[in-house]
Design a protein around this ligand. Structure first.
Ligand SMILES: [Zn+2]
Length: 126
């Protein structure tokens, strides 16, 4: 059983904002029909810590991935409104402090959880 963190409760909203970005078309013409399709047909650029957010700001970009077809970089945006962003940021800070985690460690965890939840069968089908 995965440990749940306070900030994880906003994941549903993040996923909704991610889903609204599909279908998405790469500059090479490849169409990603949904988020799962996108995860399966892109790869993380190295170094892995390139993007997401830091603890001082939620960046517009949640994750950058490379198209497996043409290697272009494609951004997934975190389209939360400003209030949700503030709440999320506060919760992330609390999670890190209360669980004695490294910032990077937690943000990786958070991103992995978003991807895990978003690619669950009943979640990626429209
Ligand atoms: Zn492409």
């Amino acid at each position: 059983m995965t440990k749940t963190y306070k900030s994880f409760y906003l994941i549903d909203k993040i996923i909704k904002s991610i889903k609204s970005q599909f279908p998405k078309k790469c500059s090479c013409g490849k169409v990603f029909h949904n988020f799962k399709d996108f995860i399966e047909n892109t790869s993380l650029p190295a170094p892995q810590s390139l993007q997401i957010f830091d603890c001082y700001d939620i960046h517009e970009i949640l994750s950058l991935r490379n198209c497996k077809n043409c290697h272009s970089t494609i951004a997934i945006r975190c389209m939360l409104d400003d209030i949700d962003k503030k709440v999320l940021l506060d919760l992330i800070k609390k999670d890190i402090k209360m669980n004695n985690l490294e910032e990077d460690e937690f943000l990786q965890l958070f991103r992995n959880e978003v991807i895990k939840c978003a690619t669950r069968k009943n979640n990626y089908e429209k």
